[in-house]
Design a protein around this ligand. Structure first.
Ligand code: KG4
Ligand code: ZN
Length: 340
């Protein structure tokens, strides 16, 4: 299939990371991400600041990705970019830049759905990582998304479950905020969970229909729990931080695994892939491994740099669409609420 030499540039700017990557016949040559530290001070992403930072970062980030790939922009066969979903101001920066670059180089422009890209990141050629066979179930878990998708083929996907309120990463981050941890709190909760007792405190799991998720009730339950306990003991959080973190993480993982089990049972599919920043969580990784033993699952977790927001995943989708000559028109528009 790869007798040709195809170089695709991927550009990602849907949220707070400005990223660019070059892929050559399915293998990543460069993967550059500029994180926007500015949001840490606000405990969350500030859309207006994000789009301004993208404006500043995009030219140097793209330049670096091309340089690290050891090619020149004239070697590129196409430019792929994130069309949505995401923050409109952020998406507009990447979209406009990609259009201009493709137009200037007179090469095809390829729009990419960010959620499909999180899933198709599994098809990047990477030594030691296997690619899931179709059909498989993909669970995308991050600060912005929580979805279970039935993937029949590259571009034949169906969302079979999603959150009706907060994303799972937000559940980690907002719980962390209540506990006085920094942003994003997911990694620290994970670290502390290893030192705590996951059964120390019990938080009720939400009852949500079908394969959907809800995390806002859990956040409120944690807030009331902390308020109640600190009234009795002002040092409660300090003295029990590892146990509280472990209990929160245990509850969140339980919610995710329950729905995955249900999805696997209902569809009869046992190939399970995850993606998104929360897939870095050691507890969810362990729970998936346990699922291999207990339920006969085969599980797939991409290399970490391809699982948080990145442009390599945009480049692989660009490559797959390029092979099908699935190109975009110059009047394609960014779409904040683009669906799978
Ligand atoms: O995919 P990502 O980098 O960006 C988007 O949100 O799209 O995901 C970031 C999210 C944050 O909510 C962060 O707290 C969470 O992933 N996260 C983790 C861990 N590492 C990152 N959550 C739990 N455990 C982790 N080890
Ligand atoms: Zn994402």
């Amino acid at each position: 299939m790869n007798s040709q030499n195809i170089f695709i540039l991927g550009i990602e700017s849907s949220c707070d990371d400005t990223a660019a990557s070059v892929i050559h016949n399915g293998r990543i040559l460069s993967n550059v991400v500029a994180n926007q530290k500015i949001h840490e001070a606000y405990g969350g992403v500030v859309p207006e600041l994000a789009s301004r930072a993208h404006q500043q970062n995009i030219v140097p980030v793209v330049h670096q990705a091309i340089k690290e790939a050891g090619i020149t922009k004239e070697d590129l066969n196409a430019v792929s970019f994130t069309r949505g979903p995401g923050l409109m101001g952020s998406l507009l920066v990447g979209t406009s830049f990609a259009k201009s670059l493709a137009y200037g180089l007179n090469i095809p422009l390829i729009d990419v759905n960010h959620m499909q890209a999180h899933i198709l990141a599994h098809y990047i050629d990477e030594a030691g990582f296997k690619k899931p066979p179709f059909p498989f179930l993909a669970m995308t878990i991050s600060g912005g998304h929580t979805q279970i998708v039935k993937v029949n083929h590259y571009f034949d996907m169906k969302v079979i479950g999603e959150t009706i309120d907060d994303a799972v990463g937000e559940a980690f981050d907002k719980s962390g905020k209540i506990l006085g941890l920094g942003y994003p709190a997911g990694p620290e909760i994970d670290k502390r969970s290893k030192l705590g007792n996951p059964k120390a405190f019990k938080f009720t799991k939400p009852k949500v229909d079908a394969l959907n998720f809800s995390f806002s009730g859990l956040k409120t339950a944690i807030l009331y729990f902390v308020q109640r306990e600190t009234k009795a003991n002002p040092n409660f959080v300090e003295e029990n931080l590892n146990d509280i973190c472990a209990s929160i993480q245990h509850t969140i993982i339980g919610i995710l695994i329950d729905k995955l089990k249900k999805a696997s049972k209902e569809t009869g599919i046992k190939h399970i892939a995850i993606g998104g920043g929360v897939s870095a969580n050691s507890g969810i990784r362990q729970a998936l491994k346990d699922g291999e033993q207990k339920f006969g699952w085969t599980t797939y977790i991409p290399k970490f740099e391809y699982t948080t927001d990145n442009a390599a995943m945009i480049a692989i989708v660009g490559y797959l669409k390029y092979l099908e000559s699935d190109f975009s028109k110059q009047n394609v528009m960014a779409s904040a609420r683009l669906k799978i």
